[in-house]
Design a protein around this ligand. Structure first.
Ligand code: ASP
Length: 422
């Protein structure tokens, strides 16, 4: 009998082939075939087509699933409890992430011995970072339709939560609307299932164009910086996520990791937490996490929980301080922990924003913003990894919180993965 490859297997294959094809393509000289037919033709259609298709689902899915989740809680106290636990996890792990990064950056010194005169800083355009008050005020939308249209996730979350709470309070009279949202939710999830069938091709297109265009000179110069950031992420994932998961759920992490490969392929190829929301919701459902928890923690996490970004920011700050010969004291370190934690909350789940928010952290300790130009060359690669860590944090938090709320179906969690044939 012919053995069929699972969807996850196909996505991983797309990732691997994309990587190899991208590296091979980089060796080709520029020309019609490489630039027009491949990079701006076939690969762009595959990659951007897939990204647009999943992005298309983010706003409707977050909106309806959050309303359904809140409306099904039946009790506002429960929402407060889940919200409290989730925020505690998100903020706590982010602060730990920055501390780990600062520790590694201080002892391994990513910037030591780097001769700045060799580096071309190039044109750096750094977007504006917002103040804390603006970030808080910006959560309340003045026009929810506009928030939906612009994909302002925190505003969409705010409006959806309020709608869900109100549906609960109205009770029986709001039942028809609740039913509509529930079937809309099912509809959205089915659409996500269909789009994910194209993931292997999309991932191939995205990954191959990234590796065909990324600058390998920058990679060599910044190798130490890259390796320290990756080390920080590995420590965070294994010690913090692995440890907390074991401690709080007492379950094996394997079933989760098996499913997470599907999410990782999306985060790795799109570098966007927002874009991963549909597939995170999908695997959380498959792993037995109840709607109440997952519909709240996943969109929330994709918007505010960015541990990978925080690690990058911690190492980047020390890297920049070291190449400019600035000594940072303990007060500076504390400032960095606070601002990097806040900056990662304010970072939108789309590619590259973590780098913009880094300017807020650099400013807080008086470091030159020009330093950002130096690490720009490897930004995309780091973004692929940090987004994956960002989203893994959301998924782990979801499992831990749902388990603590008795909202995790352990039989489903531990059941053998069904061969999902596409
Ligand atoms: N790309 C990241 C994300 O979507 C954010 C960042 O730039 O750090 O999670």
């Amino acid at each position: 009998m012919k053995k069929k490859i699972t969807l996850t297997g196909k996505i991983l294959l797309g990732l691997l082939l994309g990587f190899l094809f991208g590296i091979a393509l980089k060796q080709l000289p520029s020309g019609y075939i490489k630039d027009t037919v491949l990079l701006n033709g076939v690969l762009k259609i595959l990659g951007s087509g897939f990204t647009s298709a999943i992005k298309m689902m983010v706003v409707p899915l977050v909106f309806v699933s959050l309303i359904c989740g809140t409306a099904s809680m039946g009790d506002i106290k429960k929402l407060g409890r889940i919200g409290g636990k989730t925020m505690l996890f998100y903020l706590g792990t982010t602060a730990i992430a920055v501390i780990t990064a600062l520790f590694l950056g201080s002892i391994l010194k990513p910037g030591a011995g780097l001769d700045m005169s060799n580096m071309v800083s190039g044109e750096v355009t750094i977007g504006e970072s917002k103040s804390l008050v603006d970030i808080i005020l910006n959560i309340i939308p003045s026009n929810p339709i506009q928030s939906l249209a612009n994909g302002e996730m925190l505003q969409v979350i705010f409006f959806a939560l309020l709608t869900g709470i109100a549906l609960n309070l109205v009770g029986k009279n709001a039942e028809p609307i609740k039913v509509i949202f529930e079937s809309a939710n099912e509809l959205c999830m089915k659409m996500v299932n269909i789009i994910m069938l194209f993931a292997p091709y999309g991932v191939f297109g995205l990954v191959s164009s990234t590796f065909a265009t990324v600058g390998s000179d920058a990679i060599i110069v910044l190798l130490k910086y890259i390796l320290i950031v990756l080390l920080g992420m590995i420590i965070h994932v294994t010690v913090v996520y692995g440890g907390l998961f074991k401690l709080f759920t007492k379950q094996s992490i394997k079933p989760f990791l098996n499913k997470f490969t599907r999410v990782a392929a999306v985060t790795f190829s799109t570098a966007s937490s927002n874009a991963s929301v549909p597939v995170s919701l999908e695997i959380m459902e498959e792993l037995g996490v109840g709607k109440t928890t997952r519909s709240f923690t996943i969109p929330m996490g994709a918007t505010i929980n960015m541990d990978g970004t925080a690690i990058m920011q911690g190492v980047a700050v020390l890297f920049i301080a070291q190449i400019y010969g600035v000594d940072l004291g303990i007060n500076d370190m504390i400032t960095i922990i606070l601002t990097a934690t806040l900056a990662s909350i304010g970072t939108a789940g789309v590619p590259g924003v973590g780098m913009i928010m880094l300017s807020m952290v650099l400013t807080s300790v008086g470091l030159p913003l020009e330093g950002i130009g130096l690490i720009m060359g490897v930004e995309r690669i780091i973004d692929m990894f940090r987004t994956t860590v960002n989203v893994m944090g959301d998924n782990i938090a979801t499992l831990i919180v749902s388990n603590s709320e008795n909202d995790l179906n352990l039989d489903l969690y531990n059941s053998k993965p069904l061969k999902k044939v596409a």
